[in-house]
Design a protein around this ligand. Structure first.
Ligand code: GSH
Length: 218
């Protein structure tokens, strides 16, 4: 078996997959996407022209997109965690995974990355709309998260792999705040999970690259 993961320690979607790999104790070769490894970037683009990461390569087979990567791992390299349970609980996990990727991570990226555009190509209206929708997502989560401890109940699942990096960074863009105590407690619980704590630590040296400036916490 040869598993390679193309990614970067500060990338939220890379962290989503790393959390699953580490939690299962699955061995892999980390193909770091940075200036010191131009070959890795070239291979990423050759295998996946969109250039988005993470990307998994399993014995030569390319698997793109964080959720299908974790599903691929669950199918072909299962570990102790059940990333997507059967039945209604599994449906809830899949729904929450989509929710965190779309409404939290997606809006966090839109609001947070606008500043990287050339000044005359920025989209303040779109960035504000993303912030508004992020707040809507927080309110929805505050009202609809169960009593946990994890996103879909007692077990750490795919939904938590998506929730951890998305809430981690989203709170830097738009604070969850004290008005959403349940969501804030969930984020804190996620950050205390050993694999999430490791992902946060491995991303720490790159905090100066956070486009809006990283806050002095977490
Ligand atoms: N839907 C993709 C999103 C991946 C994504 O947006 N990754 C970011 C890094 S966190 C990226 O590739 N950014 C570089 C780019 O967009 O060119 C997934 O689930 O893996």
């Amino acid at each position: 078996m040869s598993l390679e993961l193309f990614g970067h320690p500060f990338s939220s979607y890379t962290q989503k997959v790393l959390i699953a790999l580490w939690a299962d104790g699955t061995g892999f070769e980390y193909r770091m996407l940075d200036e010191e490894h131009p070959d890795n970037l070239a291979e990423l683009k050759r295998r996946w022209p969109f250039g988005k990461f993470p990307l998994l390569v399993d014995d030569g087979e390319t698997v793109a997109e964080s959720t299908p990567i974790i599903e691929h791992l669950a199918e072909h390299h299962p570990g102790p965690n059940r990333w997507i349970p059967d039945g209604d609980r599994g449906l809830r996990v899949r729904f929450l995974d989509r929710f965190f990727d779309t409404y939290v991570m997606g809006n966090m990226q839109k609001a947070g990355l606008d500043i990287l555009r050339p000044e005359d190509s920025r989209d303040p209206y779109g960035a504000q709309a993303a912030r508004d929708e992020l707040n809507m997502a927080y309110d929805w989560l505050e009202a609809n998260l169960g009593d946990g401890p994890w996103a879909a109940g007692d077990n750490f699942t795919l939904a938590d792999c998506a929730a951890a990096p998305s809430l981690f960074y989203a709170d830097w863009v738009e604070e969850i705040g004290r008005v959403r105590p349940k969501l804030a407690a969930f984020r804190a619980r996620l950050l205390a999970h050993p694999t999430v704590a490791r992902a946060v630590d491995e991303g720490r040296p790159y905090r100066q690259f956070f486009p809006l400036g990283a806050p002095d916490r977490d």
